[in-house]
Design a protein around this ligand. Structure first.
Ligand SMILES: [Zn+2]
Length: 366
């Protein structure tokens, strides 16, 4: 089954289970006159709603790329995650409001054994549902499924507290619904804020997963002619729509034909194994002559004195034009332009016959 079908199937299970829970809890809550149980039911209704939104989002994000949106519609999934997070937040705020008014104005509740059993069963159902949805979500990297799974687990905790307060009220006639509700709503709000922040990171664009970049580099490096892989960037247009760029270092005697065949092979392999569209740039390397070796060593020595320089690569000595070019990656916290200038002045002083072209690269990936 493909990813979107799995999401939709899981979403439908979520809707059916939650609607059943809403019906049972509403019945219990109204019969027992328990605001906590009624709130719990409303919360389940919001979960059913978030499942509906997940399904709609998946349907929309699966739309084929077109002229106006050539990268596809995958990012719609982030939007649906934001909507779900806002619903969770709103449910949390509503629960807090209701709980606080219940503290000052406690309602008289009357639970029966049957209603206690129903609440207990509902907790188990919600736990199983939450674990299942989260597991599916992780296996197919769906932020919205993981979010709604965690939400279901929180709801199970919420319902547990309702059960505890119902038992207290049933046996000892003590009403703690308001206090429990207030504490729980803080947790719901916290969960909503966290979901929102996590999705925002994806929308803003975050550092690529180092496990993924490691594997990508290993795959590219496995090709014999490739001496090094640098400047790897990974962009996404939705969780399932990745594009990457990388530079590979090759011997400067490599012909266009060889590069053509090699880069096509690498790109095809990366697409086959990771589903990632990879664009490859080339760095030439020459360390055959004594002079280029000496220059390379001098540059490495100077660069080595700067802990802020995370990497130096792509060094090429063109002895005909007396031009040396290389890239440095400077820590985001450091003043990159100043370091670039210092390195340039130091190396230029050692080799006055040569011109030096230092490119500042960004620290895009590990
Ligand atoms: Zn570079």
């Amino acid at each position: 089954m493909d990813r979107s079908k799995k999401i939709i199937k899981t979403g439908i299970i979520g809707i059916v289970v939650n609607v059943l829970l809403v019906l049972f809890k509403m019945g219990v809550g109204l019969l027992a006159n328990s605001i906590a149980v009624i709130l719990d039911a409303v919360n389940n209704l919001s979960d059913a709603l978030s499942s509906v939104i997940t399904i709609i989002g998946t349907k929309l994000s699966g739309k084929k790329p077109d002229k106006k949106h050539p990268y596809g519609y995958g990012r719609i999934e982030y939007l649906t995650s934001v909507i779900i997070a806002v619903i969770v937040l709103a449910a949390g705020v509503a629960a807090a409001k209701e709980s606080i008014s219940n503290i000052f104005n406690p309602s008289q509740t009357e639970f029966s054994v049957i209603s206690l059993v129903i609440i207990a069963v509902a907790i188990v159902v919600k736990l199983v549902l939450g674990l299942y949805v989260k597991k599916v979500g992780k296996s197919i990297q769906s932020v919205s499924l993981i979010a709604s799974g965690s939400d279901a687990l929180f709801d199970a905790i919420l319902s547990s507290a309702t059960l505890v307060s119902a038992i207290l009220s049933y046996i000892w006639d003590i009403n703690v619904e308001g206090y429990l509700g207030a504490v729980i709503s803080i947790f719901i709000i916290k969960a909503g804020v966290e979901m929102l922040l996590e999705t925002l990171h994806s929308i803003i664009g975050e550092r690529a997963d180092s496990e993924l970049t490691d594997k990508l580099k290993q795959t590219i490096l496995a090709h014999e002619q490739v001496r090094g892989v640098y400047d790897l960037t990974v962009h996404n247009y939705g969780p399932n729509q990745l594009m990457a760029t990388a530079y590979i270092e090759l011997d400067d005697n490599t012909t266009a034909k060889e590069i053509h065949l090699l880069t096509r092979r690498i790109a095809a392999q990366v697409y086959g194994e990771f589903g990632i569209l990879l664009t490859i740039g080339i760095y030439a390397a020459n360390d055959s002559s004594a002079q280029s070796k000496a220059i390379k060593e001098s540059v490495a020595e100077i660069v080595g004195t700067y802990p802020e320089i995370l990497q130096m690569h792509g060094l090429y000595v063109d002895e005909q034009t007396k031009c040396v070019m290389f890239d440095i990656i400077v820590d985001f916290d450091a003043d990159a332009a100043q370091i670039q200038k210092q390195v340039h002045d130091k190396i230029a002083a050692q080799y006055p016959d040569f011109s030096f072209d230092i490119v500042l690269d960004s620290d895009y990936s590990d």
